[in-house]
Unconditional design. Structure first.
Length: 733
């Protein structure tokens, strides 16, 4: 039975009125800015609840596809087809619509308390308005069902988030927050980098979609699915779309932008922008690669290896980061790599013949990727909300060297951060363990099945080697994630600050509006980790609508002989035992909170396991805790922090800051630094582009009047030739 309020057109018109009104409120004449931001957040909450209701209703009724026309033009000038905006909602879109609405609501409720901090005072209405527009663009991207509306929604999201990235630049310029020279420079650079990256992504997407639309003679997603071809256009479209979506998702080497751009935006919005907004690229990957293209097995291997390398590269840079928000941004891209690894494995398995045992594992791999997408959105949003609370309490300070003792001073915030750190590290009983293990199991199952069912040849060994290498990269990234959060949690929650600012601890409490969302996310991370089966069943139904078998069959008998260590993970089936475990885990959390709050004045600073070392100079630092790993790559680090003392051949101008300062010292020789190699490579590319452009300009505009006269003659001659061609065409008609 169709309910009118769940019509797609009704939904789109309603959220357009609500969210665009929320974006325009701060600029309306006569509207008090101290009230407009709360009204904007209220409108966002209403629109988010509507999105959640529509997504849940579609999933509950198991509808196949709801397709409607939102708007169409009446005239057709020059014989062009009428322009129209198509809307569509299938199971995949409904799942993302539900998640987008939920996390938009979480951030809106959290912002009701977080934006009351002093450093947000001037920008509350501005942040709420830009966030409202960002949510509208994200929701429209999910329900768009034609190429033009999709690209339009993506561009609106880009412009809205660019407005948010102006925040840090403004507060540094006005002196409302203190930042060093590097932080100020990065804040100024962030909006420019984001616009360049986003428009480069859109250009690749436009090329890919134009190839598909040209072969299908339509921009509608319905027609693109029906007329998907497997020719040369299919291959070219794959490369263009992979480039566009990979850049937007932050896959290496395009991972340089999230750690530079997102810390420049308000921390209140990070839980949505990095928790959910960036995952729109993954939503489009699933839709494009599984519905619009005919995948080849090597596509999946390329995506899988690229994703695995992205995971390892970004966790390494997270280890080297000294800023809490930067480290979390790198971890977000690391987890994007884990999700895309599941998508790559699904593409690789589904590209084989339907009767192949390998094809039956495609649904299993995609379930693992979607499950980790959900889990990451939960625990990373929790980490960002806790970080925002720390930032409010310390007046904008999130440098690890200036933090310490959060768990002692603020037990609720410290506990929420600790739960998020435990979940992202992949430790049971929280949700991160389930999806990471499912991803590894899908990899092992595909490896084992392919090894047994395929005749021995060069192709077999090459693909097995690539699958095994990707598996090793993923395992290494999982291990380093745990090690990195050992460092972050140890220093931030239980450590002592070497340079604690004088105002640390002056703020004793945060708003209850901030506690509620963090508590909901912490509870969700625990319950999904203990009761994963309902989520897996939901994801299985979504995978079925994409034409894949959602089951995860056991490897064949021969596979079991080849890999006896392939353990089948099955969550506990006894409901009573599940309830007992959940109660015990919740009880332990409350005991930790009570114990921390009771003994906060008596607790000693964490000393890395050696409690007898009580002097401040012996406190561990981020640099000391990661030295064992960083020293393996110390040959990549320059001898001096001052790059002006080195050869300009090796160190180009610092267009994108590529130096991580790990330890403060009066002398440059004693400073420990790490180069972000990919930013370093982009600096070389930018320098080469500028040099080439300058040489070309000097050759074209050299001041010689004879050169300019030849340009005029060539222009006249070209115009004459085109005119004659035009006349011959008219005469032939």
């Amino acid at each position: 039975m169709s309910i009118p309020i769940f019509s797609l057109q009704t939904f789109v018109w309603t959220i357009t009125v609500l969210l665009l009104s929320g974006a325009a409120l701060p600029k309306l004449p006569g509207m008090r800015r101290d009230r407009s931001w709360t009204i904007s957040l209220g409108l966002i909450s209403v629109a988010s609840l509507y999105a959640m209701a529509l997504g849940a209703q579609h999933l509950w009724t198991e509808s196949q596809l709801t397709h409607e026309i939102w708007w169409r033009s009446t005239g057709t000038p020059l014989g062009l087809p009428p322009l129209r905006f198509e809307l569509g909602l299938d199971a995949l879109a409904a799942f993302f619509l539900l998640l987008t609405g939920f996390f938009a609501l979480i951030v809106a409720v959290y912002s009701l308390g977080a934006l009351r901090a002093s450093h947000y005072h001037t920008y509350r209405a501005y942040i709420a308005g830009a966030y409202s527009l960002f949510v509208w663009g994200t929701l429209m991207t999910v329900v768009a069902y034609d190429v033009f509306l999709l690209l339009l929604a993506l561009e609106i999201s880009t412009l809205a988030f660019t407005m948010l990235t102006l925040f840090k630049m403004n507060v540094y310029r006005r002196g409302e927050l203190s930042g060093d020279a590097l932080q100020t420079r990065e804040a100024r650079l962030a909006p420019k980098v984001y616009l360049i990256i986003s428009h480069a992504s859109t250009a690749f997407l436009l090329l890919g979609f134009l190839l598909l639309a040209a072969s299908a003679d339509s921009a509608s997603f319905l027609v693109l699915q029906e007329k998907a071809s497997a020719g040369l256009q299919n291959q070219l479209a794959f490369w263009f779309l992979l480039a566009g979506l990979g850049i937007r998702a932050g896959l290496s080497p395009a991972h340089i932008w999230p750690p530079l751009v997102h810390p420049a935006s308000p921390t209140t919005t990070h839980a949505f922008s990095l928790g959910m907004g960036i995952k729109v690229a993954l939503f489009l990957m699933i839709r494009v690669f599984f519905q619009f293209l005919h995948p080849a097995p090597w596509w999946g291997l390329i995506i899988f290896l690229l994703a695995s390398a992205t995971a390892l590269i970004n966790v390494w840079y997270a280890l080297a980061s000294h800023d809490l928000k930067t480290a979390l941004a790198y971890h977000s891209i690391e987890n994007i790599g884990i999700m895309v690894a599941g998508i790559g494995l699904a593409i690789y398995a589904s590209a084989h013949a339907p009767e192949s045992p390998l094809a039956s594992l495609a649904g299993f791999a995609l379930i693992a990727g979607l499950f980790h997408l959900l889990n990451h959105a939960i625990f990373k949003s929790l980490l960002y909300l806790a970080t925002g609370s720390i930032e409010n309490l310390t007046r904008g300070q999130v440098h690890m060297a200036r933090l310490g003792g959060v768990l002692r001073f603020f037990p609720w915030i410290g506990t929420f951060f600790l739960i998020g750190a435990w979940a992202i590290s992949g430790f049971p009983p929280f949700n991160g363990f389930i999806s990471e293990w499912l991803t590894l199991k899908a990899n092992l199952a595909i490896f084992a099945t392919y090894a047994i069912q395929t005749p021995r040849n060069v192709t077999l060994w090459r693909e097995l080697f690539l699958l095994l290498m990707g598996f090793m990269l993923l395992v290494a990234s999982f291990a380093l994630t745990g090690y990195c959060f050992f460092k972050i949690a140890g220093l931030t929650l239980m450590g002592g600050a070497k340079e604690r600012p004088g105002h640390w601890g002056e703020e004793k409490e945060i708003s209850g509006w901030m506690h509620i969302p963090m508590g909901i996310l912490a509870l969700a991370a625990l319950l999904i980790g203990i009761f994963p089966r309902p989520i897996i069943s939901l994801l299985a139904r979504i995978v079925t609508t994409l034409g894949m078998n959602p089951s995860a069959p056991s490897p064949p008998e021969a596979s079991a002989q080849l890999m006896p260590h392939l353990i089948s993970f099955a969550p506990i089936k006894d409901v009573r035992l599940q309830i007992m475990l959940a109660g015990a885990a919740i009880g332990m959390l409350f005991f930790l909170l009570w114990f921390t709050a009771r003994g906060r004045r008596k607790m000693q600073v964490w000393e890395g396991g050696i409690r007898e070392l009580a002097e401040e100079r012996t406190h561990p630092t981020a640099a000391s805790l990661t030295w064992l790993i960083r020293k393996q790559f110390r040959y990549l680090t320059p001898p001096l922090f001052d790059k002006r003392a080195t050869s300009s051949h090796h160190y180009p101008p610092d267009y994108l800051p590529d130096i991580f300062l790990l330890a403060e010292s009066p002398t440059p020789q004693a400073r420990q630094v790490v180069i972000e190699l990919f930013r370093h490579g982009f600096n070389h590319l930018i320098q080469w582009t500028f040099s080439l452009s300058e040489r070309f300009a000097l050759s074209v505009q050299n001041g010689d009047v004879r050169r300019y006269m030849s340009y005029i003659a060539a222009t006249y001659l070209g115009t004459l030739i085109l005119y004659m061609i035009f006349l011959s065409i008219l005469a032939s008609q």
